[in-house]
Design a protein around this ligand. Structure first.
Ligand code: ARG
Length: 287
């Protein structure tokens, strides 16, 4: 545990208010401009997610929303945090590339050494790169490139296990995989090819399988704070499994964000290291 004067430091999470959120273009199969988000409902859902995170003990920081960048609410895609370093995303789609400078500025103004993602390779941050223990699990093909992940791993000095994402609906790793602790994760196996499934099974001893109907409710896109696991509504089977495994699942409606292909995890970026990241435990003086 990271400790400050004997007290555990509060988990820190970056979010972006949904002032300009909406479905104004299509870059994944969940999006349809004819199925517009209800703005007032989205604002309310986002606020309730904040409350659930705060109730779980997290401290929320906000990056200012920017008109014309509706997907900036999905701060998981700002970058990859590793100790005091932030690898800033390089978005695949032009519609989101305008977010990069805003996230870079916020991160550098808040104490992070910002590092650009490798030139010529798309990289969508904590949407596609998630620590579980000492290893960085890296989703590639749809939004991030495998070579870029390897270069980032080399730069940070961490082991990378690339996982090909084979289903268009599960275009970011965090839509089908969620580390809970150094040896446990939630996943939706059909989103990976056979090799990827084997890699995950061989490296993570405790896996919780999500069924398709709940995967479609973004069950895997959970925000984990301590033992609290926050998801969209509509994932009762997963919640039962989580309770059996000693976690405290919490549901909150996020369907207005599913219309853009995101849910609880996508709307958050853990600034002090994800719960499952082994390095968070060692973080302290001099990092
Ligand atoms: N509309 C956004 C996109 O397609 C949703 C991003 C969701 N973020 C995530 N980390 N999965 O990029």
């Amino acid at each position: 545990m990271a400790r400050l004067g004997g007290m555990a430091a509060a988990p820190r999470i970056l979010m972006c208010p949904p002032d300009y959120y909406g479905v104004y273009y299509v870059i994944n199969p969940w999006m349809d401009v004819a199925r517009q988000a209800d703005h007032a409902a989205a604002v309310d859902q986002w606020r309730r997610l904040c409350e659930a995170l705060t109730a779980a003990g997290a401290e929320i920081s906000l990056v200012g929303p920017v008109e014309g960048l509706p997907d900036m609410v999905f701060t998981a895609n700002a970058g990859l945090i590793y100790r005091k370093r932030a690898i800033v995303s390089r978005f695949r789609h032009s519609q989101r590339q305008g977010e990069e400078e805003h996230f870079r500025r916020w991160l550098s103004e808040h104490g992070f050494e910002t590092i650009d993602a490798p030139a010529g390779h798309a990289f969508e941050g904590a949407g596609d790169a998630l620590f579980c223990g000492d290893t960085l699990y890296a989703g590639y093909r749809q939004r991030s490139d495998a070579i870029g992940h390897q270069q980032i791993g080399a730069r940070l000095g961490v082991r990378v296990l690339p996982l090909e994402l084979v289903s268009a609906h599960y275009y970011h790793l965090d839509t089908c995989f969620c580390p809970l602790s150094a040896d446990a994760a939630i996943w939706f196996s059909p989103a990976f090819d056979e090799y990827g499934q084997r890699v995950i099974r061989a490296n993570i001893p405790r896996l919780i399988d999500v069924e398709e109907a709940e995967a479609q409710c973004f069950a895997c896109n959970a925000a984990v704070v301590g033992r609290t696991v926050i998801t969209n509504t509509g994932c009762p089977r997963l919640h039962e499994q989580l309770r059996e495994a000693g976690y405290a699942p919490v549901e909150t409606p996020l369907n207005e964000f599913v219309k853009a292909g995101g849910s609880a995890k996508c709307l958050t970026l853990r600034l002090d290291g994800e719960e499952a990241a082994a390095w968070r435990e060692q973080a302290g003086v001099g990092d």
